[in-house]
Design a protein around this ligand. Sequence first.
Ligand SMILES: Nc1ncnc2c1ncn2[C@@H]1O[C@H](COP(=O)(O)OP(=O)(O)O)[C@@H](O)[C@H]1O
Ligand SMILES: Nc1ncnc2c1ncn2[C@H]1C[C@H](O)[C@@H](COP(=O)(O)O)O1
Length: 227
Amino acid sequence: MNARERYGIPHDSVITIAGTVGVGKSTMTNALADALKFRTSFEKVDTNPYLDKFYQDFERWSFHLQIYFLAERFKEQKKIFEYGGGFIQDRSIYEDTGIFARMHYEKGTMSETDYETYRNLFDAMVMTPYFPHPDLLIYLEGSFDDILSRIKERGRPMEQETPIEYWEEMFKRYDNWIDNFNSCPVLRLNIADYDVLNDKTSIEPVLEKVGHFIQQSRKWRSSHLLT
Ligand SMILES: Nc1ncnc2c1ncn2[C@@H]1O[C@H](COP(=O)(O)OP(=O)(O)O)[C@@H](O)[C@H]1O
Ligand SMILES: Nc1ncnc2c1ncn2[C@H]1C[C@H](O)[C@@H](COP(=O)(O)O)O1
């Protein structure tokens, strides 16, 4: 029996991994996809034509970058739908608006007009009854110091040159955002409680929780459709 069957995880599940920059989303995406034999949907950082420019000048490029990310994530969403699920997605579409666009608007590095335009587009594309929400959002959390060490260790030049206050602000916003998030079921995991890089067996308790959560949420969804 494979891991997916062992933990009762449906073959068409869609699981999205959320959390602040550097917390370990891509690593968890790979570990889960490998264990479940699912496809992956990654953010393409290296080929993003705006990301470097954005880190050099937030005001000039924040709108362009949000539109780019929105288009990319929407294409990925469509791909996941066309395959009929069975995906692990690195970062949710909800974080683009709930964290990034909002933060840049509130900090004054995105104009009100640009923010409104972006929000309207986001709501028209995503917040419709036709948008398939994931079965589960896995939220990765940890201490600010641990996350900062991971950003440093990974060493993307644009992130190294960004002031620490930017990461601090994002860290606080994530805390608040996840406490109020209700677009799909959430499983919170603390990065101190597993180590999928150095201990391959530490994915097992994660899979067990994932199976449990997805079964519960599917039962809930079907009973609400029936009534
Ligand atoms: N369990 C772990 N223990 C130690 N380092 C980790 C762990 N998970 C991820 N990392 C490291 O932390 C850095 C950021 O991880 P990554 O998965 O790229 O984060 P994200 O996708 O959230 O930005 C990478 O250098 C990665 O190797
Ligand atoms: N919506 C976004 N706005 C601004 N910056 C973003 C957005 N989504 C991702 N990013 C940045 C943050 C990181 O520098 C890279 C990749 O994110 P990661 O959390 O490491 O996967 O893109």
